[in-house]
Design a protein around this ligand. Structure first.
Ligand code: NAD
Ligand code: ZN
Length: 383
């Protein structure tokens, strides 16, 4: 089958690899029809992880079930399914608690809880930027979509259920966003825009989104958020000005350790510290931007060890609370699917490009360089 393979820093290619197949009775085999490039893929693309060359990328996957193992009861051949990026067993202690991002079984590496498709040290699973994908524990890991999901146009919305819509929602859950709240969001990439959409759906009174790319800020504005351009002045000051001086009620971090200042200089703690400053005393913060325990390709020695300069004193002084981590996609994806099906959420507003699988290298390069207009890239393996 054809698949997008990681070759090394700043290099992916589309290659023939052995077909994905049923390996265990609980597996399903999915023919992928829509699969996305994610900001999380860029950590690998940028050479910042221990991703091994030769692995297939892709954790935002949607397609049709074409075969199921003998132990699969609920999912049927012909179902159109979206696959949460977390690979989870469904029955360990953490899965039972809803912590599917921290499954104790799916990742065989010692001392790591949690697995994902096509992701560095997150288990042995290949990704879905390919013609076929093996889905382990298929009854647990497939979200069966409504009939309209057969339509490629509708897949533009439903595919966001694999990761970024639930992740944006998770940011607002961790930040405890309530109706009427003011919410500061750092990052207008796909995840930040999904957090803005989620806060809006939850009835937030004022949603402010910080970035410096005009195309991304325009998308934030398009869904009713206030764009904050940090190349035009301190984002903290701009947010305080809009919130009566003390800052927002809630804050979401959707950038991660590869945060840059508007001049392009990387500072791993920049957005965390800006967020603490931007949110009021007693406020709550949700951090879904990725921070890693190790950053082998990082530019400075501290960062290589995953250490992040964080103004803990100010955070403590302000009495804030912070929630962090990978999203447990299954906690939210069914309800968010229902919002999409009912026409009450259209996360596809961020889609900028739909490419054939062969065009993936160009998609990676342009999305990584944040070329104007390249906000979210979808790949269609079957053309
Ligand atoms: P992205 O790289 O497309 O977007 C990041 C955005 O942040 C860019 O628009 C960039 O201009 C902006 N940015 C950079 N520095 C900034 C700063 N100092 N202030 C404000 N904005 C700044 O990526 P994405 O797909 O939107 O993902 C964002 C983060 O979320 C990544 O770290 C990704 O790995 C992570 N993520 C986490 C989860 C999870 O489960 N927790 C899931 C998916 C993605
Ligand atoms: Zn993703």
């Amino acid at each position: 089958m054809k698949a997008v393979v990681y070759d090394g820093p700043k290099s992916v290619s589309v290659k023939e690899v052995p077909d994905a197949r049923i390996e265990r009775p609980t597996d399903a085999l999915v023919r992928i029809t829509t699969t996305n490039i994610c900001g999380s893929d860029l950590h690998m693309y940028d050479g910042r992880t221990d991703m091994q060359p030769g692995r297939v990328l892709g954790h935002e996957n949607l397609g049709e079930v074409i075969e199921v193992g003998d132990g699969v009861d609920l999912v049927k051949v012909g179902d159109i399914v979206c696959l949460p990026f977390n690979v989870a067993c469904g029955f360990c202690e953490n899965c039972n608690k809803g912590l599917t991002a921290f499954c104790l079984v799916a990742n065989p590496a010692p001392e790591i809880a949690g697995a994902a498709y096509g992701y560095a040290d997150m288990g042995p699973y290949n990704g879905g930027q390919a013609e076929l994908l093996r889905v382990p524990w298929a009854d647990f890991n497939c979200l069966v979509l409504p009939p309209d999901a057969r339509d490629l146009q509708r897949q533009r919305d439903y595919v966001m259920l694999a990761d970024i819509f639930p992740t944006g929602w998770h940011a607002t859950q961790l930040a405890c966003v309530q109706p009427g709240d003011s919410v500061a969001i750092y990052g207008a990439g796909p995840v930040g825009l999904m957090a803005a959409l989620s806060a809006t759906i939850k009835g937030a009174g004022k949603v402010m989104v910080v970035d410096r790319h005009p195309d991304r800020l325009r998308l934030a504005e398009q869904i009713g958020a206030i764009p904050i351009d940090d190349s035009k002045g301190s984002p903290v000051d701009q947010i305080k000005q809009l919130t009566g001086g003390m800052g927002a009620d809630r804050g979401c971090e959707c950038v991660g350790y590869q945060a840059h200042d508007p001049q392009g200089q990387e500072h791993s703690g920049l957005t965390l510290n800006n967020l603490v400053q931007s949110v009021k005393f007693g406020g709550t913060l949700g951090v879904v931007g990725v921070f890693t325990p190790q950053d082998p390709g990082g530019p400075d020695p501290l960062q290589k060890q995953g250490k992040v300069p964080f103004d803990y004193g100010m955070f403590w002084f302000k009495g804030q609370t912070m929630g962090t981590g990978q999203c447990n996609v299954k906690n939210y994806n069914r309800q968010l699917m229902n919002l999409i099906a009912a026409g009450k959420a259209k996360p596809s507003f961020i889609v900028s490009h739909e490419l054939q699988l062969d065009e993936a290298p160009q998609g990676y390069e342009n999305f990584d360089r944040r070329v104007e207009g390249w906000t979210k890239v979808l790949l269609h393996p079957d053309g």
